[in-house]
Design a protein. Sequence first.
Length: 277
Amino acid sequence: MYIVVSISQCEMISNDMSKPFTTKKFVNDAINKFNHKFNYSKVSYVNANTLVTIICPDHGEFKISPWKFLNSKHGCKACAVKVMASKQKELTKKKLEELKKINDALYEYPECHFNGIKDKIPVQCKKHGIFHVTVDHHLHGVGCKKCADERKTGGYNLQWFDADTNRKSLPGILYIIEVYNDSERFIKIGITKNSVSKRYNNSPFKKYQYKIIYQFYDSLYRCFLKEEEIKRLFKEYLYSPKHKFHHTESFTLGALPQILELYEITQPFSPSSLTSI
Ligand SMILES: [Zn+2]
Ligand SMILES: [Zn+2]
């Protein structure tokens, strides 16, 4: 193979008697660099900056200065674009695989066909459903907006627990309280790292009083999962208090007997306390 090319070079060089050495040297340097990828039959070397014609087996003829050609990584621009594109695709795919591992608890990726990092992909938040985000943004930590909103209000979520697994074993309390004033009565379910009274006595709102119905002591994480379960099972009982306070969910009193039954809570209303919140 090499010999055949060498003969054709000799013929070409003999046709170009004006610059035999420089054309030959350029072609040899080019072969040293790019092996036998390109066809140099149309090269007529004048100087380092005067364009020469080179033929790419994949993309045809192109003109380039000898200097630029020998200092480029791929020789042909179209080949370079192709290599870069496939490298980027490979890289983003690899990164998305990493993301999947990291975000396994939070997100699922129903379809993840994309050509570049600027493409939007659908991501399934396990809590809030599908949202769309560019691969680029997602790789930089942009996730579910609803989860982010919840974080802002101080609520616990899977992302918060996953950020530091030690948080999962923190002691916690799942509580059910009955909240009331002269015109309203409803129940509220939440979790706290502190006692319920600490949780509510810090509240800036004093519109309601409350009575503890049930407190469940476990790891904060298991409390969180139980709270999520109650929210899911009893969403038809969701209630919006007239006075906004805290981010935890409120339910109508009608949900209470079923919640107590589900968790086999036989002795509710103890200990009870009356406090303004
Ligand atoms: Zn090419
Ligand atoms: Zn979410």
